[in-house]
Design a protein around this ligand. Structure first.
Ligand code: SAM
Length: 237
């Protein structure tokens, strides 16, 4: 379970109403039961319930069972998709070890009213389910134009991998192997893809590396998972 509290030996902590209800009523945890807590800073801690009221569960730390993993430097920018597909890409980005997730508004982006708290809640839930001790940062949404204009100021020498279905369908392996050891980001377009002007702009930038994910047009959510999988397989930690 993800908590905001600091975790250290000899700590007693009382959870808020929602998490107390979740532990006591949904997971049916009772006094004496163990739960693993993490906060993205102090590793994973085995904790024991010392009181189990549905309104406020209290736990005490027993021992640290895993050290904190170092934060991931992988940046993932995506044009927000509608409803479940948005939840899906956030979950998969967490599972695939992304460090920062940033919504990028493009010309054909269909979803314009994003709820950052929903993105964060989704990321935390995915981290809990997959024992990811680093919950990615959800960066504020940005337009594609400003993102690209400020890229070098904000990201320094980070390269931007641009998944482009119009790229000649050669394997992405050679392009990615060139990037081993470098700081990288990945950008995926919306349901309608990038506009011709956006694609032209991306292709012209020196820090952008276009890659193909094969000759078929993939759904944006599939493309995100496929691209993150090849990136992690070839140049991941
Ligand atoms: N209309 C479908 C949808 O609703 O998901 C397909 C959208 S596809 C155009 C969206 C994005 O996925 C593209 O902008 C690109 O970033 C990525 N993509 C899809 N197929 C790809 C491929 N074969 N190679 C590289 N990127 C791809």
């Amino acid at each position: 379970l993800y908590v905001e509290f600091d975790l250290a030996a000899g700590t007693s902590l009382t959870l808020g109403k929602d998490q107390s209800l979740y532990l006591a009523a949904v997971l049916r945890k009772a006094v004496g039961d163990d739960v693993v807590l993490f906060n993205g800073r102090d590793g994973a801690w085995l904790c024991r319930l010392t009181s189990d009221s549905k309104k406020s569960v209290t736990l005490e730390t027993i021992e640290r069972i895993a050290p904190q993993t170092p934060p991931s430097d992988l940046w993932y920018g995506f044009a927000p998709l509608k409803s479940e597909r948005l939840d899906y890409v956030i979950q998969k980005a967490v599972e695939m070890g992304v460090g920062t997730i940033q919504p990028v508004m493009t010309q054909f982006t269909q979803l314009h009213r994003l709820k950052p708290e929903r993105l964060s809640a989704n990321a935390i839930e995915a981290a809990e389910q997959c024992e990811v001790l680093n919950v990615p940062t959800i960066a504020p949404e940005v337009g594609l134009g400003p993102l690209l204009e400020s890229w070098s100021d904000v990201h320094g020498d980070r390269k931007l991998i641009f998944a482009d279905e119009g790229e000649a369908s050669s394997s992405p392996v050679a392009a990615l192997e060139q990037l081993r050891g470098q700081r990288i980001g990945l950008i995926i377009g919306p349901e309608g893809g990038f506009s011709p002007a956006e694609r032209e702009k991306l292709h012209a930038l020196p820090f952008v590396i276009p890659i193909s994910l094969g000759p078929r047009i993939l759904r944006a959510d599939t493309a995100a998972v496929a691209a993150l999988a090849v990136i992690q397989a070839i140049i991941g930690d």
